[in-house]
Design a protein around this ligand. Structure first.
Ligand SMILES: [Ca+2]
Length: 180
């Protein structure tokens, strides 16, 4: 069950996920933010930023609940409408791959600030609702880097932050004899 403001980190999201995990080591290939208990806004490869019905399976995602105030939650919905239609940042993805291949530590030179990847959209949302302060390096976080940042934020704030990991709560045991 999701609610507006929940940040949803997705473990596997189609053909693009293996490429993303190639340069972004970690569990997640995608992140979006809930605008209601049925819908999320996301920046997704192949389309513009949009609000769509939540469609991920129970064991496909982890939720970070930043314990937003009523006011902040209301802003999530307003800001989501403003964000709709933002182009996806294809060159930023290319930039991560270049950095990985050439082992570069520098800033991602291919990050277009006006076009967003999934984690960049969530970053801008958190800034827009006043939950985090704008910081230059944070607009270029991959999904896994954003997850680590928010997890640390939760710990440091001593807030009523919650992380819901369905897979941890209900581990699926696969017995060898059940595999075909
Ligand atoms: Ca960008």
């Amino acid at each position: 069950m999701i609610k507006a403001g929940d940040i949803i980190f997705v473990k596997n999201n189609g053909i693009f996920s293996s490429l993303i995990r190639f340069f972004d080591k970690g569990r997640f290939s995608h992140v979006c933010i809930a605008t209601s208990d049925t819908h999320v806004i996301e920046a997704q490869y192949g389309t513009k930023a949009r609000i769509i019905p939540f469609y991920y399976g129970k064991d496909e995602y982890v939720v970070i609940d930043l314990n937003l105030s009523k006011e902040e939650t209301k802003r999530v919905v307003e800001v989501a409408l403003e964000m709709t239609g933002t182009w996806y940042d294809y060159t930023q993805i290319l930039g991560y791959a270049v950095k990985k291949i050439f082992k570069l530590k520098s800033k991602n030179l291919f990050n277009n600030p006006n076009n967003w990847i999934c984690s960049e959209l969530v970053y801008h949302m958190l800034v827009s609702i006043g939950k985090i302060n704008p910081q230059e390096q944070l607009d270029d976080l991959t999904p896994n880097q954003l997850y680590n940042f928010l997890e640390n934020l939760c710990k440091s704030q001593d807030a009523n932050c919650n992380v819901y990991d369905n897979q941890v709560e209900t581990p699926i045991e696969i017995q060898p004899e059940n595999l075909s």
